[in-house]
Ligand binder design. Structure first.
Ligand SMILES: NC(=O)C1=CN([C@@H]2O[C@H](COP(=O)(O)OP(=O)(O)OC[C@H]3O[C@@H](n4cnc5c(N)ncnc54)[C@H](OP(=O)(O)O)[C@@H]3O)[C@@H](O)[C@H]2O)C=CC1
Ligand SMILES: CC(=O)C(=O)O
Ligand SMILES: [Mg+2]
Length: 625
């Protein structure tokens, strides 16, 4: 009971920190709200854990704690505050004696955290340590992600998040998301309002039915919205308290989960597609009602639902699908750069896609749009793509009933021949690019990759194959970086969904180091979301998505171009996201969906991108320790 009272007390302190809206205008402060929000703390006060910040708005034994998208305030909230308080601040916050006497600057706190992370043996242990930091000192957590992204991102995102999701019910320690089950469909609004941080601006929602390449994990898939939203903060500076992870629990087809005594979701099979859709309709309606300003990102829904929900809500809600559209945009960006380096003119490229699910079809469609913008007819653009699934090349006359989303790319020029294996397809198509979105490890075999190289070599000296094994996590990658280098004599233009390490080979007396690229939607979704939020976009349009790809492709710096990279280094994802966000905002305005006053746009037009950059930077979270 005592801790419950404390919990409600801490929630009271979380009152109103929206810079733009007052709690009284917030739907969360309506009379139906389960918790009492007391409008005391300012945005800055709650943003900052910094001892250099203003005084704690809730002095006393339960000092204000802030964000970390964790709804569960803990009794010992002061531990969230780090070690850099001055003696005066310790007195004013009643912290004297509650934390060690030493005063440390941010770099010491980072050093300690890095040392701890580096001494943990497994990815999951590192994740759990980071998760503890997130709950206790969110500024430190985000500083780690921002300043050590290359090392930390694989821990909070793919590949480690795959293991985390597989074991989520066992390693669960605290709530970090909203859990809404299909049985609670009449209470969706109440549950949404229970989220203790007012006016979230971005939500990532999954039903756990296709988590990375790991299949239906049910509520264990919640790790994905949590991880993606941590990246919204780290990569685009969206304040953590403005992010809302949601898992919709419709049961699961996963027998391991259903039998696991610790499983945290509903122990039932999924209901009919129609019932799940009704639930989704109600969810989307409730979201628009309770949080009308919030952008919704659909994530890791299995393909049929992914396409269906995107089509169903894209013209009525502020939403996009990351696996279809975000992946489409990020691969297009990498493809433009790779094609420029390949020696094969972009209009002569021929692309084989292994995998015709939400990602495969989403990416291929985005590339078709690119080619049509270059002046090709839609048919000519479509003809550059050969999609392969478990039954072979997708053709109209293959004899099976094609899923709706595959029909667009079904070939009709196969003269009755069917091609059942990837080798046969490569032999037939002679592609210059091979993209993998199958969630199946190792399907790019040595013979496949050598055949791809041979088909590119046949076109002329110095040409390079484009090879993108994009499935996540690493255990599902279609090939490894080492294999790609070895089987193409180091010529492959390579991008994978999860990060591979550099690969160094001996060449006579010296060595050559090859640098892989990470082709992951993390390069675009944070910028798309931030751009949509800052432009106050009423919809996420196709042009906003397309622009994210074009601007990412243009964001490489001279050093990256010199190194032959096709994406900015992951350490620069934040810079790239700001550029993407700026261009997405401009696209929103061009499409007439930005609700910002026209005067603002005219002002920015006068001053150019610098003014818009300044505006964006002024709105992003950049914690000081
Ligand atoms: N890098 C990135 O940013 C992203 C990567 N991904 C990754 O892409 C993968 C696929 O995602 P998604 O499209 O949503 O998944 P789906 O399950 O919708 O699609 C998988 C596709 O691969 C096909 N497939 C599976 N195994 C084989 C095989 N052995 N040979 C040929 N085809 C095969 C399936 O065929 P069939 O239709 O016949 O079953 C299906 O068409 C996942 O691993 C995901 O993590 C997704 C989004 C972003
Ligand atoms: C990266 C991503 O969105 C996926 O693998 O599903
Ligand atoms: Mg995904």
């Amino acid at each position: 009971m005592a801790s419950q009272l404390r919990t409600l007390g801490a929630r009271t302190c979380l009152a109103s920190f929206s810079p733009s809206s007052s709690p009284s205008s917030s739907p969360s402060s309506s009379s139906t709200h389960l918790y009492l929000f007391r409008p005391r703390a300012s945005f800055h006060e709650l943003v900052s854990h910094s001892p250099r910040g203003p005084p704690d708005p809730c002095p006393g034994p339960g000092p204000a704690y802030a964000h970390a998208n964790a709804p569960a305030p803990v009794a010992d909230g002061y531990r969230r505050l780090g070690l850099s308080f001055t003696p005066e601040q310790r007195v004013s916050k009643n912290l004297t004696g509650l934390i060690p006497h030493v005063m440390e600057d941010g770099s010491k706190q980072l050093e300690r955290a890095l040392k701890m992370i580096r001494t943990r043996q497994t990815g999951i242990d590192k994740y759990l340590y980071l998760s503890t930091i997130k709950s206790q000192n969110a500024d430190l957590f985000y500083r780690l992600l921002m300043d050590h992204g290359k090392e930390m991102m694989p821990l909070v995102y793919t590949p480690t998040i795959g293991d985390v999701c597989l074991q989520y019910s066992t390693i669960y320690t605290r709530p970090e998301a909203l859990y809404i089950s299909i049985k609670q469909r009449k209470s969706i609004r109440t549950i949404l309002r229970n989220w203790p941080y007012p006016n979230p601006e971005i939500c990532v929602v999954t039903d756990g039915s296709r988590i990375l390449g790991l299949g239906d994990l049910g509520v264990n898939g919640v790790g994905i919205p949590i991880g993606k939203l941590a990246l919204y903060t780290a990569a685009a500076g969206i304040h953590p308290s403005k992010t809302l992870p949601i898992v919709l629990d419709c049961g699961t087809a996963n027998e391991t989960n259903l039998k696991d005594p610790l499983y945290l979701g509903m122990r039932t099979k999924r209901p009919s597609v129609a019932e799940q859709q009704e639930f989704m309709d109600e969810f989307m309606e409730a979201v628009a009602d309770v949080y009308p300003d919030m952008v919704v990102q659909f994530e890791d829904f299995e393909s049929e639902k992914a396409f269906n929900y995107l089509d169903r809500y894209r013209n009525t809600h502020k939403c996009f699908n990351d696996d279809i559209q975000g992946t489409g945009a990020v691969v297009l960006a990498g493809y433009i750069s790779a094609a420029n380096l390949s020696g094969v003119p972009i209009d002569e490229q021929r692309l084989v896609f292994m995998g015709a699910g939400s990602a495969g079809v989403g990416v291929a469609k985005q590339l078709v749009e690119y080619y049509t913008k270059r002046g090709l007819s839609e048919q000519a653009a479509k003809d550059k793509f050969w999609l392969v699934d478990t039954k072979g090349l997708v053709t109209k006359d293959r004899g099976d009933k094609l899923a709706e989303h595959k029909k667009y790319f079904a070939r009709t020029d196969n003269n009755g021949h069917q091609f059942r294996t990837l080798e046969q397809v490569i032999e037939y198509v002679k592609p210059s690019a091979l993209v993998g979105l199958t969630a199946t490890f190792g399907v790019f075999t040595e013979s496949v990759i050598r055949a791809l190289k041979a088909s590119v070599d046949a076109g002329g000296l110095g040409r390079r194959p484009i090879l993108f094994p994009l499935s996540n996590p690493l255990t599902k990658a279609e090939c490894t970086f080492e294999q790609a280098v070895n089987w193409t004599d180091g010529t492959a233009l390579f991008a994978s969904g999860s990060p591979f390490s550099n690969y160094t080979v001996k060449a006579g007396d010296s060595t050559i180091t090859y640098y892989p690229n990470q082709g992951n939607n993390v390069y675009v979704f944070p910028g798309i979301g931030l751009g949509a939020i800052l432009a106050k976009a009423s919809r996420v349009t196709d042009n906003m998505i397309y622009t994210s790809a074009a601007s990412l492709a243009a964001s490489l710096n001279a050093d990256e171009i010199h190194k032959g990279l096709i994406y900015p280094r992951i350490e620069r994802v934040r810079e790239a996201s700001i550029i993407v966000a700026r261009e997405v905002m401009k696209a929103a305005r061009r499409d007439g969906v930005s609700m910002l006053p026209e005067s603002k746009w005219l002002e920015w037009e006068e001053w150019g991108d610098a003014a818009l950059n300044k505006y964006i930077k002024a709105h992003v979270y950049d914690p000081t320790l």
